[in-house]
Design a binder for this molecule. Structure first.
Ligand SMILES: NC(=O)c1ccc[n+]([C@@H]2O[C@H](COP(=O)([O-])OP(=O)(O)OC[C@H]3O[C@@H](n4cnc5c(N)ncnc54)[C@H](O)[C@@H]3O)[C@@H](O)[C@H]2O)c1
Length: 453
């Protein structure tokens, strides 16, 4: 698509999952984009055509963005600030150890940008795309910009919010076809500019006050996480009732007041966002004197579910002490190598605590998982914890296996291959294995949320 001459050039600061997706999507829809990341290695990798994360379709989308020359990378924030009228901050906003939002990366990016803008001498729109608690763009970001330049809000810059709703695993689809675009602005010029940028995206654009847009992101993730914890709680009940949770939740979701999405039981929610964002919102609520029992229950339910997986394993193997368990699928879900807050971590920790030996396997995320291990788990490597070089090696000699992330490699494994498990037991936390075929092959498949009568 050819850019309209009037379309502003967009700067993307922070080329992680969100920044790369935004850069590639804007370029796809004809907008000129300049990307910058503090991590020079990342810029170099992207220049060489390497995509630093595993996401279907992302490499091709980036390739075409670079080929069209609508996406350029810069080694300098000052250069980006000079060339771009609208600048998106897409840096990480992790959690502090007590669950609050850590805004230090965002503050640093705003400080660097403010210093760069000082010499630009032209008005810029600074858009916070990172997930932030309400009030951050108009508070912290605006204050840092103001003091770093020094710059005057209104004359030199405006701030806005544009939260991102994409999910890893479907990053490209979500970036190109978002369900909605939420824009938080405080004046007409910012609204006009952002609407113009999103003109070609096939999605409704909702314009809200800045803090409202920031809250939409948290309110959405809290709702999705809540539905997962609810589905998991119902799954634990279904097991006791001796029934299968899937048709139950399908029927529940057929009620239009409820809807079918995010009503699947599993090992619990993981990934970079749900837990972090729900905890950040709960912490922000505490700071503002608001009680949030629903958020607390959502998080507690998630922790319970990981332990439930371990209980199922213990029951099926008749104890865990001295047993060898293959934990299959280490990323937080298949289709991504992201292991942040993967449920494989608490499951592994609980297995080790209960005396099991654990052998880990993932077709794509084993290295990332190893980097994320706690110091105590790292010390267990070579003792009671090991990484299997292949799926076959993981199963050989293990008493049982747990499928945590159901990569196609596991779903497609012929039933007889599971027979190499000494105890011939597999715990299927996603209910995607062919249970009948496994049973016919003499392998017991314990499906989470399915009662065995
Ligand atoms: N990953 C997701 O699925 C997702 C979805 C929606 C929203 N979000 C939110 O979007 C934000 C970014 O998430 P992410 O997963 O892309 O993070 P990420 O960790 O993958 O990427 C962040 C990038 O920012 C860079 N960076 C940090 N400080 C910088 C600075 N001062 N200047 C330039 N670059 C800098 C880092 O080097 C890194 O490449 C977070 O707030 C997150 O909560 C993430």
């Amino acid at each position: 698509m050819t850019p309209r001459p009037s379309s502003p050039t967009v700067g993307i600061v922070g080329l992680g999952y969100v920044g790369m997706a935004a850069a590639a999507a804007f370029a796809h829809y004809g907008v000129r984009v300049v990307g910058f990341d503090l991590d020079a290695g990342r810029i170099q990798a992207l220049r060489k055509g390497t995509t630093p994360i595993l996401e279907e379709g992302l490499a091709a989308l980036l390739r075409s963005a670079f080929a069209s020359r609508r996406l350029l990378l810069s080694d300098s924030l000052a250069d980006l600030a000079q060339r771009c009228e609208v600048i998106f901050l897409c840096v990480q906003t992790p959690a502090t150890s007590d669950g609050a939002i850590d805004l230090s990366y965002l503050a640093q990016a705003a400080l660097d940008l403010g210093r760069a803008l000082h010499s630009v001498g032209k008005w810029r729109l600074v858009v916070v795309k990172s997930t932030v608690v309400p009030g951050t763009a108009e508070g912290l970001v605006s204050d840092v910009l103001k003091n770093s330049g020094p710059l005057r809000p209104g004359r030199d810059f405006a701030v806005a919010s544009n939260p991102e709703f994409l999910a890893e695993g479907t990053l490209v689809k979500d970036a190109l076809h978002p369900a909605r675009i939420v824009i938080g602005v405080s004046e007409a010029k910012s609204s006009r500019l952002l609407r113009a940028l999103y003109r070609r995206f096939p999605a409704p654009v909702r314009v809200l006050p800045v803090a409202a847009a920031e809250l939409v992101k948290y309110a959405s993730n809290a709702m999705l996480a809540l539905r997962v914890s609810y589905a998991n709680e119902m799954a634990r009940l279904a097991r006791k009732a001796g029934v299968d949770i899937d048709p139950v939740l399908t029927a529940v979701g057929e009620d239009p007041r409820i809807g079918p999405h995010f009503l699947r039981a599993g090992p619990g929610f993981g990934g970079s966002c749900f837990s972090k964002d729900v905890r950040a919102l709960a912490s922000w609520a505490r700071d503002h004197g608001v009680e949030t029992p629903v958020l607390t229950a959502t998080l507690d339910g998630n922790e319970l579910q990981a332990l439930h997986v371990v209980e199922l394993t213990e029951e099926a193997l008749g104890g865990l002490s001295g047993r060898r368990v293959a934990l299959l699928g280490l990323s937080f879900k298949p289709g991504t190598s992201d292991v942040r807050d993967s449920r494989a971590y608490p499951i592994m920790e609980a297995l080790l605590r209960d005396g099991a030996d654990v052998v880990l396997h993932d077709p794509h995320a084993a290295d990332a998982f190893r980097h994320g291990l706690s110091p105590s788990a790292t010390r267990e490597i070579g003792q009671r914890l090991s990484f299997a070089p292949s799926l076959k090696a993981a199963l050989r000699g293990a008493d049982g296996a747990i499928v945590q992330a159901d990569w196609p490699e596991y779903r497609r494994l012929p039933p007889h291959a599971w027979r190499t498990l000494r105890g011939r037991v597999v715990i299927d936390t996603r209910r995607t294995l062919a249970r009948d075929r496994l049973r016919a092959a003499g392998v017991r498949c314990v499906a989470l949320g399915v009662g065995e009568r």
